[in-house]
Ligand binder design. Structure first.
Ligand SMILES: Nc1ncnc2c1ncn2[C@@H]1O[C@H](COP(=O)(O)OP(=O)(O)OP(=O)(O)O)[C@@H](O)[C@H]1O
Length: 247
């Protein structure tokens, strides 16, 4: 294994340990979108499980929204790695774009997708769902909330959802999007192209360029942001597993 891949995996392990994301007996549904972030997460968990001090299981879950071009690279990858893959069919794309003709389709689509993912995970006996959010997602979400809703909040490393009785975990929050892109290229991980009609035209894409601009002026911007989040006195993240800080 290349050293840069080892470094990537060690950052995931650090997040898992620091935020107690995985404990003995967990059955984790890993949300797979077909994109680079979630396949990087799946790859990482495959490696981490081999030497983990706790016993856990995971299942890859893909909610088929109806616009992925060809799922076979993901199916082949899971077969090669001996990963259980569950593909859940859905009418989400049809409902959002054809039936409801939503002007702001992303929020309805994301809501329906989350519901389908949590229900499918529960149906498969999972107590946790792992998502492929990375540090850039954490930073972008912070600025999206600040600018559009006037709130200082972002993704938590872990959060228990009462309503669906499931804990969401985000093991990739210490790695950047560039780290993910490099891993996917280096390890030749399969990415499936999406025909989503609003891909690349969202508010998140706008914020992404703003964050990139900040990082080009201040090269340590992302790592400083992470340091700020990790500070024990910072209410955004501290003890998030026990939900002592509700955002
Ligand atoms: N169709 C889906 N089925 C299952 N899980 C999904 C699906 N879409 C997204 N997810 C999960 O939700 C996370 C966040 O979704 P989002 O649409 O923001 O993707 P992303 O950050 O671009 O990640 P990716 O590169 O994996 O698409 C993904 O990383 C993945 O874990």
């Amino acid at each position: 294994m290349k050293n840069s891949t080892r470094v990537f995996l060690s950052e995931i392990k650090k997040a898992i340990i620091r935020h107690s994301l995985i404990v003995d007996g967990d059955i984790i549904g890993v949300g797979i979108s077909g994109g680079k972030d979630s396949i990087a997460l799946l790859y990482s968990l495959c490696d981490i499980i081999r030497s983990a001090p706790v016993r856990f299981k995971f299942i890859a879950i893909l909610i088929d929204l109806g616009w992925l071009s060809d799922l076979s690279p993901i199916v082949d990858f899971c077969q090669q790695k001996n990963i259980q893959l569950h593909i859940e069919p859905s009418d989400i794309a049809k409902i959002v774009f054809e039936i409801r003709e939503e002007k702001q389709p992303c929020s309805l689509c994301a809501k329906m997708r989350r519901g389908a993912l949590h229900n499918t995970a529960k149906m498969l006996g999972c107590n946790k769902v792992a998502l492929g959010h990375h540090l850039d997602d954490v930073i972008e979400t912070f600025f999206l909330n600040l600018i559009y809703t006037g709130q200082m909040k972002t993704f938590l490393p872990a959060i228990y959802l009462d309503r669906s009785d499931i804990t969401l975990i985000r093991p990739m929050i210490y790695v950047t999007e560039d780290d993910v892109v490099n891993l996917v290229g280096r390890e030749n991980l399969p990415v499936v192209s999406s025909n989503c009609p609003v891909d690349g035209k969202t508010k998140r894409e706008e914020i992404k360029s703003t964050v990139a601009l900040l990082a080009s002026h201040y090269p340590d911007f992302r790592s400083r942001f992470l340091t700020a989040l990790k500070r024990p006195e910072n209410p955004l993240w501290t003890d998030s597993v026990n939900n002592n800080f509700i955002l």
